[in-house]
Design a protein around this ligand. Structure first.
Ligand SMILES: Cc1cc2nc3c(=O)[nH]c(=O)nc-3n(C[C@H](O)[C@H](O)[C@H](O)COP(=O)(O)OP(=O)(O)OC[C@H]3O[C@@H](n4cnc5c(N)ncnc54)[C@H](O)[C@@H]3O)c2cc1C
Length: 334
């Protein structure tokens, strides 16, 4: 088996690396400090084809393979975890399920502009009382003639405050359990849809997440993504894919994002150590050591997470996992 990268994969990697180094990295700290959605970087990612890397060209994407997507994701995450998350959600939580489950008409309406980066997407599965247990959905979809009426609240939705389109999961038949879940493509400007204020997170603060409130939201029959009652399959198959690219916790979770973050953190750590030993002396060294050590704690957190992610292959509970999940991470649950 040949594990060498193809010329095309190398080109995608270099394009992403150059963009990350020259345009993303210089802004990363400011984006995080200001909790700012980096609109201008998202627009540049659209130009470079990074918002629909593995979507076929026919549907507005760049038409590359999954390895190219992983390489690009690693490079962007190396420079800025927030920008990496925004990219990951649009590619793998939004474009991917729409590509796999949508009708031709839905693909034309939504996949093309999403993959081109003209629209930005979000994926709304989690709820205040339905995190890991996605089948505990409380958001309801009730038939109304040919269409549907939706009520409920979604939690921790990445890109929620800035998204144009949402892949939304609802419960349409509670008695049927996970077979009673239906997915919809929801334009965020639909009457009755409101994003809450951005969550106050511990990190990746340029990637805005929020609650989404759905109050008497009316959607037509052709907004259903996949089959009525087939939403659990849409959600689970999407999450299986996203774990390659996203910062998720289990299985292949977050490998390429974390590898990128680890590489970025390690480079910063080495640079700081270099400065320490060649720079200050006496009291200055002491002062410098304490400050730098405290600064590097957050790098070490990323390093630790990397190793937990690397060896913790089968999910399950772990103190670090609990720490980074929902409530703990966003401080007060949105
Ligand atoms: C920054 C951020 C962004 C997010 N973005 C999105 C998004 O865009 N869209 C979206 O839908 N959701 C999003 N989420 C929600 C995220 O997917 C949930 O946090 C996740 O599903 C876990 O849910 P929870 O936090 O309620 O944890 P819980 O479900 O309460 O789990 C807590 C801990 O218990 C463990 N656990 C749970 N059940 C079991 C079990 N049966 N056996 C053993 N251990 C178990 C879990 O592994 C975890 O360690 C985001 C969350 C965060 C923090």
């Amino acid at each position: 088996m040949d594990f060498d990268l193809t010329d095309e994969q190398r080109l995608v990697q270099k394009t992403a690396a150059d963009f990350a180094k020259n345009e993303v990295l210089p802004k990363a700290a400011e984006i995080d400090r200001a909790h700012r959605h980096p609109k201008e970087l998202v627009a540049r990612m659209a130009e470079l084809g990074l918002l629909g890397v593995a979507v076929p060209e026919k549907w507005g994407g760049a038409g590359f393979d999954t390895v190219s997507y992983v390489l690009a994701m690693e490079e962007i995450s190396r420079a800025c975890a927030s920008t990496g998350v925004i990219m990951s959600v649009n590619n793998s939580l939004v474009c991917d399920p729409i590509w796999r489950f949508a009708t031709e008409a839905q693909k034309q309406d939504w996949l093309v502009p999403l993959a081109q980066g003209k629209l930005l997407g979000c994926f709304a599965l989690s709820e205040p009382e339905a995190g890991s247990d996605a089948a505990a959905q409380k958001t309801t979809a009730v038939r109304d003639g040919d269409g549907w009426v939706i009520q409920g609240t979604k939690n921790w939705i990445t890109n929620g405050p800035v998204a144009d389109v949402c892949v939304l999961f609802t419960m349409n038949d509670r008695a049927a359990g996970h077979k009673g879940i239906t997915a919809f493509i929801l334009p965020m400007k639909t009457k009755g849809v409101r994003a809450g204020k951005p969550d106050d997170k511990m990190g990746i603060r340029g990637s805005q997440s929020s609650q989404i409130f759905l109050d008497d939201v009316r959607l037509p029959a052709d907004a259903v993504l996949g089959e009525v009652g087939g939403g659990f399959k849409v959600a689970m198959s999407t999450l299986d894919g996203v774990r390659i690219g996203d910062n998720g916790r289990d299985r292949l979770g977050g490998r390429c994002q974390r590898v990128g973050q680890f590489r970025g953190g390690l480079a910063q750590l080495l640079q700081t150590c270099d400065g320490l030993w060649t720079g200050a002396h006496g009291l200055q060294i002491c002062d410098c050591l304490v400050v730098k050590f405290l600064r590097q704690l957050h790098v070490m957190k990323i390093v630790r997470q990397f190793f937990v992610g690397l060896f913790h292959l089968d999910g399950g509970t772990d103190e670090v996992d609990q720490f980074v999940d929902g409530e703990g991470y966003v401080g007060g649950g949105g």
